[in-house]
Design a protein around this ligand. Structure first.
Ligand SMILES: [Cu+2]
Length: 71
Protein backbone atom coordinates (compact mmCIF):
# COMPACT_ATOMS: atom_id res chain seq x y z
CA UNK A 1 0.00 0.00 0.00
CA UNK A 2 1.26 3.41 -0.98
CA UNK A 3 -0.19 6.42 0.72
CA UNK A 4 -0.63 9.62 -1.19
CA UNK A 5 -1.78 12.90 0.30
CA UNK A 6 -2.92 15.63 -2.03
CA UNK A 7 -4.93 18.84 -1.98
CA UNK A 8 -7.14 20.04 -4.83
CA UNK A 9 -9.70 22.78 -5.34
CA UNK A 10 -13.35 21.72 -5.66
CA UNK A 11 -15.92 23.71 -7.60
CA UNK A 12 -19.50 23.97 -6.40
CA UNK A 13 -19.07 24.20 -2.64
CA UNK A 14 -21.57 26.73 -1.36
CA UNK A 15 -22.34 25.76 2.22
CA UNK A 16 -21.45 23.53 5.15
CA UNK A 17 -23.64 20.71 3.94
CA UNK A 18 -21.67 20.54 0.69
CA UNK A 19 -18.58 20.07 2.83
CA UNK A 20 -20.06 17.24 4.86
CA UNK A 21 -21.56 15.58 1.78
CA UNK A 22 -18.19 15.43 0.03
CA UNK A 23 -16.38 14.31 3.18
CA UNK A 24 -18.94 11.60 3.89
CA UNK A 25 -18.84 10.15 0.39
CA UNK A 26 -15.05 10.20 0.19
CA UNK A 27 -14.48 8.81 3.66
CA UNK A 28 -16.65 5.78 2.93
CA UNK A 29 -14.86 5.08 -0.36
CA UNK A 30 -12.60 2.05 -0.32
CA UNK A 31 -8.98 3.17 -0.43
CA UNK A 32 -9.54 6.55 1.20
CA UNK A 33 -7.60 6.94 4.42
CA UNK A 34 -8.80 10.41 5.23
CA UNK A 35 -10.60 13.18 3.39
CA UNK A 36 -11.12 16.71 4.63
CA UNK A 37 -12.81 19.60 2.92
CA UNK A 38 -11.89 23.15 3.85
CA UNK A 39 -14.92 25.37 3.35
CA UNK A 40 -12.95 28.64 3.45
CA UNK A 41 -10.47 27.63 0.76
CA UNK A 42 -12.89 25.29 -1.11
CA UNK A 43 -10.24 22.61 -1.25
CA UNK A 44 -10.22 18.95 -0.45
CA UNK A 45 -7.26 17.26 1.16
CA UNK A 46 -7.36 13.58 0.52
CA UNK A 47 -5.08 10.84 1.71
CA UNK A 48 -5.53 7.57 -0.12
CA UNK A 49 -4.00 4.26 -1.04
CA UNK A 50 -2.94 4.62 -4.66
CA UNK A 51 -3.10 0.89 -5.22
CA UNK A 52 -6.86 1.00 -4.65
CA UNK A 53 -7.74 4.43 -5.90
CA UNK A 54 -6.52 7.01 -8.36
CA UNK A 55 -7.29 10.61 -9.14
CA UNK A 56 -9.60 9.69 -12.02
CA UNK A 57 -11.82 7.66 -9.72
CA UNK A 58 -11.83 10.37 -7.07
CA UNK A 59 -12.79 12.91 -9.69
CA UNK A 60 -15.70 10.72 -10.83
CA UNK A 61 -16.97 10.16 -7.30
CA UNK A 62 -17.00 13.91 -6.69
CA UNK A 63 -18.67 14.55 -10.04
CA UNK A 64 -21.39 12.01 -9.23
CA UNK A 65 -22.52 14.08 -6.28
CA UNK A 66 -22.45 17.35 -8.22
CA UNK A 67 -19.03 18.88 -7.67
CA UNK A 68 -15.93 19.29 -9.76
CA UNK A 69 -12.42 18.42 -8.67
CA UNK A 70 -9.80 20.62 -10.29
CA UNK A 71 -6.64 18.62 -10.95
CU1 LIG B 1 -24.09 23.24 0.11
Amino acid sequence: MARVKETYPVLGITCASCVSKIETVLNKTDGVIEANVNFATEKVTIEYDNEKLDLDKIEKIIKNIGYELIT
